[in-house]
Design a protein around this ligand. Sequence first.
Ligand code: MG
Length: 402
Amino acid sequence: MSGMIEAAFLAKSKTGKPMISCIRTYRLSHRLDEPFGFSQWHYDVRNALLVEVIDDSGATGWGECYGPSEVTQSAVNAYYAPLLIGWDPLRNEAAWQHCWRAGLDFSLKGVMMGAISGLDMALLDLKGKLLGISVSELLGGRVRNQIDCYATGMYFRAAPDLQLLEVIVDEARGYVESGFRALKIKIGRNMIFDSRLIELMRATFPQVKLMADSNHAYDLPEATAIGRLLDEYDYTWFEEPLSPCHPDKFRQLADKIDVPIATGECEQTRWGFQDLLAPGGVQIAQPDLAYCGGPTEAVKIRAIASSLGINVIPHAWGTMLNLASATHLLATTYVEPGRADVTPPVLETDRSENPMRDEMYQPGLEIVDGRVAVPTLPGLGVEPDKKAMQRFCAQQTERAWR
Ligand code: MG
């Protein structure tokens, strides 16, 4: 045990309150049977970084970090874990500030914030378990018990454009047949392919809610042309039409098209979202709870969005921990501007191959007829099965008071 950890633990052990005694990380990896891609690159491996925070009673909380997993693993294990050993896990907001202040001079945003996000998620899970209430109760209380899901998938595959169009429509048909009433396609491959796909999806699924995500592939003239097509074919939102580096351009685009603009999965913290949303143009903010600063920071981002009349619908990628976190946030989310018969927010459910999401949790979240029930168990309500996790584990670390 380092001197710093020992001093912190001994000081807090006199208070009689719960104390964090151990923080473990699990770097997980799975090579895909079939690589898939989007406008920026192809995946042939899925990675995840899970964080386990354990208190002196043996209670555990789990979180997940988005970002390059070797780097977030090092950030959690080498930098933030020593700050939190001996900490009272019920003081999760104070823990966030403690970590944030410790890295402020060199990590306003970026991978370090991804590491804080996973710890924040784990502390919230642990706090819920210690208090015997769910994360949605910790976040203020549920306003809905079921969330409609949309299917994210329909990624690019190694195939000629014409063949790929057929493959994507076939995949989408499977989701609709399994009960999904909303789908999000990937665009940003090239302008001709994108236009054909947008039109073909609407022609094939006239009653389905459709969204399109370019992952910041377009310049302003291209985004304007695609946006007008999405208007014509009645899409629900246009996701990441432009680079996140130029928040002013979203306003310029919004002045030319009607389809709502959604973005924010590359953004972090209340301050980052303030800068992104204040110029106007963005109508749906999409923080990722494993990256934006964690579920507690997402609540603050939601408050900033709400003050500007903007709705938050989280980006959700990764394993069940991030999905459960997004579910709890949406369970507590009021819709702007609100009315008696409001259209409820939808949960992103990535359907691409990921056994680290689908085969590793007991209990997990189950999508039935395109919908999930908000977990009512204490904490996040999903739990990694350590035995099932073993086959994916590339590296484990532990930082403990002994
Ligand atoms: Mg996206």
